[in-house]
Design a binder for this molecule. Structure first.
Ligand SMILES: *Cc1c(COP(=O)(O)O)cnc(C)c1O
Length: 444
């Protein structure tokens, strides 16, 4: 049962007076480099609703960027994390270990694709997981080069900024970046020059050709890809692309890493998005949805690769914190018991049906894509030229925010409106959120 009424409510301007007061304090105390999509200050959140300090209730189509898949105060997460909090908050797993860490690694071995022997290591953030995947792949292959893709996003630390494609806001002015990172094309069907039909094989051939000619496969430690690209614009690589790249990696002794930090844990209607084309990655990075909002991330993969790093070579003071591990076990329990994969597929059905109807009325919608509860519309000034319309994405987001519906934008061109509702959202709220989006589309 949700503690907060699952109803949209607008009682003040958004942001309201209390939020504005807090925002003024924030502006003088918090570094300017840390932004916020919408400066309404949160009082409580649960199910599909975020309640702000002025009493407004927002329909949540963001899940704190794909994190609160099970809701922001899921019963099992709160119960397990509270019990752990009362027992002990920290020992450091590298000093004296505890069972929760081991249990999370066992669950990851069971849930991730492939029936080979697997091991995991736990960390705090997505970027840290990606960095560690690179460390592990380099230790295993004794090679240095890392291949990433156009429109890819992997984090904000020095190495993961290098792995990330987009300059603003992630990289601008923050160089120099880590060396031995190479970027190749991805199968972005909507914008592929010869159209979407042959995009998968054509893009794979280009990627393989560039790796072969420019780097040399024998120098490549890892190929890292998001099976559905997140920040880059919810791009599903065209069919055939991921299997071809994974095959190339296998044939050349390259560690294939699926970055499922945004797409994993039921978000796309499967435990992991790479299952869609039967991909079995060597390593998989997870974070965001893993622990119901508590900070936790993981690298999971083939035991022989995971064991390549020397003892003491991996870790960190807080990695796999016991409260976060308890939260993860609660989140996984919720995903299983409430069939959140099924819920995600139902959300896709409802959203795609409604958005397709909107696309018939509004030419600004150039493309509708994504899977499960990871759905986006790409906005264009002209359907023929596909000229990106970032202004429309911003205006639509603002119009939705004013009506108490929280949506996010993304995309290399800033012209994608993305929808990431908690998977536990009620269907009435989902439809009401879509009603608000439709009204906003008519107004913009
Ligand atoms: C969010 C994200 C990251 C970075 O995770 P943080 O926890 O913000 O460090 C890495 N990869 C992908 C695909 C992401 O969506």
């Amino acid at each position: 049962m949700s503690a907060i009424p699952q109803e949209r409510r607008v009682v003040t301007a958004i942001p309201g007076p209390k939020s504005q007061e807090l925002q003024a304090r924030r502006l003088s105390a918090v570094a300017g480099g840390v932004g916020s999509v919408l400066p309404v200050f949160t009082a409580r959140a649960d199910g599909g609703i975020i309640e702000d300090v002025d009493g407004n209730r927002l329909i949540d189509f963001g899940s704190g960027i794909a994190v609160t898949t099970v809701g922001a105060s899921a019963e099992a997460v709160v119960r397990r994390a509270s019990a752990q909090l009362a027992d002990f908050t920290h020992t450091c797993f590298m000093v004296t270990p505890y069972e929760g860490y081991v249990e999370v690694c066992e669950a990851l071995a069971e849930l991730t694709p492939g029936d080979h022997a697997k091991k995991s290591a736990l960390f705090n953030s997505g970027a840290e997981a990606v960095e560690n995947a690179v460390k592990i792949a380099r230790a295993y292959t004794k090679r240095q080069a890392v291949v990433v893709f156009d429109h890819g996003y992997h984090g904000r630390t020095n190495l993961t900024m290098a792995l990330t494609a987009k300059n603003m806001p992630y990289k601008n002015g923050f160089g120099p970046f880590a060396p031995e990172v190479y970027r190749v094309p991805v199968a972005y069907g909507y914008r592929w020059p010869t159209g979407p039909d042959n995009c998968g094989p054509e893009a794979a051939a280009q990627a393989v050709d560039q790796i072969t000619k420019q780097i040399g496969p024998d120098n490549v430690a890892a190929i890292i890809i998001e099976p559905v690209l997140g920040e880059g614009g919810f791009i599903e690589p065209a069919k055939g692309f991921l299997p071809a790249v994974a095959r190339f990696a296998r044939d050349n002794g390259i560690v294939f890493v699926a970055d499922e930090i945004q797409s994993g844990f039921c978000r796309t209607g499967q435990w992991f998005a790479c299952e869609d084309e039967g991909i079995v990655p060597d390593l998989i990075t997870t974070a965001k949805g893993i622990a119901g909002g508590l900070p936790l991330s993981a690298v999971t993969g083939r035991a022989e690769i995971m064991d390549a790093a020397h003892a003491g070579g991996l870790g960190g003071t807080y990695g796999g914190n016991p409260v976060a591990c308890a939260g993860a076990l609660g989140a996984i329990e919720t995903m299983r018991e409430q069939d959140l994969n099924g819920k995600a597929r139902r959300i896709e059905e409802v959203m795609k049906r409604r958005l397709s109807a909107m696309a018939e009325k509004f030419d600004v919608i150039g493309d509708i894509r994504g899977r499960g509860a990871m759905i986006a519309i790409e906005l264009v000034k002209d359907r023929a030229t596909k000229e990106p319309d970032a202004g429309a994405a911003g205006a639509l987001a603002r119009a939705c925010h004013a009506e108490s519906v929280l949506v996010l934008t993304c995309g290399t061109y800033g012209n994608v409106l993305r929808f990431l509702p908690p998977l536990v959202i009620g269907e009435d709220l989902l439809n009401e959120g879509l009603d608000v989006i439709e009204t906003a589309l008519a107004a913009v």
